[in-house]
Ligand binder design. Sequence first.
Ligand SMILES: [Zn+2]
Length: 303
Amino acid sequence: MDWRLDNIMKNCIKVLSIAIALFIFAGCTSQSQNQNQELNNENDRNELGTELSVTNSVDGSKAAANTPIGTTSNKKGTEKEKKPLEGLTICIDAGHGKTTKSTNRKEPIAPGSKIMKAATASGTSGVYTKISEESLNLTVSKKLKKALSEQGAKIIMVRETSKCDLTNVERTKLWNSSGADLTIRIHANGINDSRVSGILMMIPGDKYIKDKEMLKKSTQAGQYILNGVLKSTTAKSRGTIKSTDLTGFNWSKIPVVLLEMGFMTNPQEDKLLNTDAYQNKIVSGILEGVEKYQDSLIKDKTK
Ligand SMILES: [Zn+2]
């Protein structure tokens, strides 16, 4: 009897010990799960602070549904704010530049032509300000880059520093292969008569260029840009000239215009051209012209 009782007691203690051990183990496991959960929550909180979208996607079954909603609302936002010049690529050619190479280089005026012309030219300079044309052209071109970019255009710059070793043919090759829709060449004029002033637009003629579409688009762009700049500056118009002897036109495969912003040989115009306010007027006029040109392209496509 005593032996049996002793055996039963021992068995009971064994069972109890196992039960207690199991209970403690289970407790530990659940505690460690809780600890893990807290760590995860901590991570979530850290991510919440830095990356809201990640927290959304972590949020279980709603995540899949949330992602497209977020995307849609973003898309709606961009659609509303769609910029007028989105999809348009403009090449800005700030005229001239300081070359480190020989200034005696010559190149054909047009593909296949035997007529040779100077490959680079130094430009004019301000009779009053003494500022070089290449410097003024670059200042305005940089402002134009900013203004057109802000309206959504992609910009290719021929140069962004005073130094430029490109020849006229090399400039055209740069924009021909750039994917640009239009090249705007920025220049200032000079003449041996200080009374002459005003804005001139130059567009390519058809002596060497046989692409009628390119010529037509150049004419349209030239008209819109000249009208825009005349409106914003109220300067005197010197009209539009079709030029067949500019290397930088004849080698161009894309629409191209050249804006002569004014005469640096006229003291008043030289002074004006080199003020921030007048440069901004020129830029806003070009911008208006480019926007109208873009509209005309869209209208042509939908015809
Ligand atoms: Zn020039």
